[in-house]
Each structure stands twice: as C-alpha cells, then as structure tokens.
Design a protein around this ligand. Structure first.
Ligand code: SF4
Length: 384
C-alpha cells in the first residue's frame, strides 16, 4: 500500500505577526469572524470528503496528518475536533500515524489540549519563536515568553510526549547572548523536536518596511551564521540530531510528515493555498479563503495551478529537497526510483559541489558538508 501524507491548512490567526507572509489572515480584522470560520470549514469538509475518495482510489494509506496554518488552534474547539474526527473516519489512516497540530500560545487551554490528545493528535508543534519578551514584541507575536512555557507544560500535563518548538533567530537587535539564553531555556524544557529558522525579511511585511526605512537594523550575515552554528553545536551536545538544515530531534522523534516533503513522496493537501504532489502531478489551491470556499462549493475543486513533472524535474527536485537532510540522498534509492545513476545524471553539479567543499560523499550518500549547510542554496542551484 502506498504511504501518503495529508496536510490541512487553516489560514487564520489571532494576529498577523510582523514578519509573516504566509497564507494567513488575522481573524480580528473581519467583521464576523465566526461566520468566516464556519464558511471556510464547510468548504474544507467538502474538499476532505472529495479527496478521501481519490485517496481510496489510489489505494494509499495516510501515514501522517499535519494541521498547519495560520494557527489551527485559533479555531473553536468543536470545529477543530469535528474536522479531525471526520478525517479519521473518512481516510484510511494508519494505526501508528503521526498526527501533528500546530498551536500558538494563548489559543489553547487545558481542556482544548486534552481533547486534541484524546481525539488522536500525537504531536504538538508550538510556535514559541523566542523566549525573550522584547524580541517577541519586535516579531509582533501575540504572546509572551511565559505564555509559551505555560503551554508547553500544559501539553506535557495532558500527555503529549512528542512536542516540537519552533524558534526564530537573526531577529533585528538580537544578540548572541539573547539567542544563547533562548536556546538554554528551550533545552531545559526538553522538547522532542526543535525547528530553528533564520528570520526571513519578506518584502511588504511590517518588519521589512521598518528595516527599509532604516528604523531598525537587520542582523548581519556573520552574526546569522554564528547563531546557526551555535544552535547546531549546542543542540547536538544536548543529544539532538541535526537531521535537516533547520530541524533537530531527539532519537526517534524526527518529523515523519516533513520527511515526506523532503523525499518528494506523495502528499495531498486540503485548504486555501495548499499544495499537493502525487504521481508527478503537482497542484495548488486558490490562496484566498473566500475564493477557495466559493470554488469548492460551486465546482468541488479549488485547484489554481497544476503542473506535470517530467522525469528530469522530479530528479532535480529529489536532489534539492533530499540534500536538505543530514543523510542526504542515497545513490541506491535514487537508482531504485529512476533506474539511473545519480553520479551520471548530475555529474557536473556533484563535481562542482564537492570541489567547492559544499558537498561530500558518505558511503553511498551525497550530502551537504558543514560549510555547505549555510550555503545550501548555492549547492542546490547546480541541480536545477
Ligand atoms: S502565527 Fe504564524 S501564520 Fe500566524 S501570523 Fe504569525 S507567523 Fe504568520
């Protein structure tokens, strides 16, 4: 049976963060947020039902479910639980499926977390970002450091034994000491998984505007690199495996859902702006929740863009995504998938990457070097 990942997008948040250009909308900016949520959820249920049929026809089994956003936990408790229950009923979900829900502090309480756990959520991903209140304010987060720590302990209390903490570094004005303190505090919590991303200043966001106006100074490149390696080395010492450019896990707790993306294995996604990839077909839904809803209710589909990968597209993407992982890309797996040798197909790119110290062979695997991790875009460009 084919294994499949299922992603569900909830495009709402209680507040839009200053750096965010994700497909998410602040609920408070709408006159009737409840009506908006209900309408969106109605469309999501309809799409879930339609896609469940497609999944059954594929003969696939759902091995991971990921509710992301936005902030899924800003949905009312009943909406969230009804959605999850419907997914479990309508889809052929594996008994040991990894079921993740993204959550932000101040959008959950003890009861909501307990009911999520009881409904079958196995993994919680908490958007902490920093444990420094002044940096959280700069990011425009809707919570304090204490709120984040409290949610973590609440999650533990209701039985979550697989928790991810999301962190951001290279925030304007953040010092190495600030970053070190956040890392130390997070390690004291002992989450099973930590995602650590350098802040991206996305055009048009309030933070980008402030930097452009000269009101604040971005973190310089050397500092960002130093922060990256600080996290890598500190977390490694604390027993975390650095298994992907930005992700760390204790043994046995790698995120199975994200590994599906990095291996370019099949996944189906539901909701506004969600992307899917099955059998060399890649498609994405309309991004605007209103357009998405209208299209699903009227036509039963909200597909906005669709492309068919050629074999060569797929080979390049397998290399680019696979190199994100510490294990890199296995020659043997590549050969099994394409019937071709990775060394032949990408001879030039591999030779150049190795010569520049960005790539290295480890037995039958090609992977990024320690130096290549920070220059991954440069190394990967050659595989396009
Ligand atoms: S909580 Fe996440 S998705 Fe929502 S606005 Fe902030 S960064 Fe964007």
């Amino acid at each position: 049976m084919k294994a499949l990942g299922l992603y569900i997008h909830i495009p709402f948040c209680v507040k839009k963060c200053n750096y965010c250009d994700f497909n998410s909308f602040c609920l408070n900016s709408f006159d009737m947020p409840e009506a908006l949520i209900n309408q969106y959820m109605e469309a999501l249920h309809k799409e879930a039902e339609i896609q469940s049929e497609a999944v059954r026809q594929l003969g696939a089994q759902v091995v991971t479910i990921y509710l992301g956003g936005g902030t899924p936990t800003c949905l009312p408790e009943e909406s969230l639980l009804t959605l999850l229950t419907e997914i479990f009923q309508a889809y052929p979900v594996a008994r040991d499926a990894e079921v993740t829900v993204e959550c932000n502090p101040r959008t959950v309480d003890h009861k909501k977390l307990r009911r999520l756990r009881d409904t079958g959520v196995t993994r919680l991903s908490i958007g902490v970002q920093s444990l420094d209140d002044s940096l959280l304010a700069r990011l425009g987060r809707a919570h304090s450091a204490l709120d984040a720590v409290e949610v973590f302990y609440l999650a533990r209390k209701v039985g979550f034994d697989n928790i991810n903490i999301d962190l951001i570094y290279a925030i304007p004005d953040q010092t190495m000491k600030d970053w070190e303190e956040t890392l130390d505090l997070v390690m004291e919590l002992e989450p099973e998984h930590i995602s650590s991303y350098g802040l991206m200043l996305e055009e048009g966001t309030p933070l980008w505007n402030e930097v452009r106006a000269g009101a604040i100074r971005p973190c310089d490149e050397d500092c960002e690199i130093a922060m990256y390696y600080l996290a890598k080395d500190r977390l490694k010492r604390a027993g975390y495996e650095h298994y992907e450019i930005s992700n760390f896990a204790l043994p046995g707790f790698k995120c199975r859902h994200n590994i599906i993306y990095w291996r370019l294995a099949p996944y189906i996604s539901l909701g506004a702006g969600a992307h899917s990839y099955v059998g060399r077909e890649r498609w994405s839904n309309l991004k605007d929740p209103g357009d998405y809803r209208h299209s699903i209710m009227r036509f039963g589909s909200a597909v906005d863009e669709q492309e068919t990968f050629t074999e060569s597209d797929e080979m390049s993407t397998v290399m680019i995504l696979g190199l994100r992982m510490a294990n890199g890309v296995e020659e043997e797996e590549f050969h099994k998938r394409f019937g071709k040798s990775m060394r032949d197909v990408f001879a030039g790119a591999i030779e150049k990457g190795v010569a520049h110290g960005l790539l290295e062979w480890d037995g039958g695997r090609l992977r990024l070097t320690r130096h290549g991790l920070m220059l991954s875009n440069e190394a990967m460009r050659e595989f396009l």
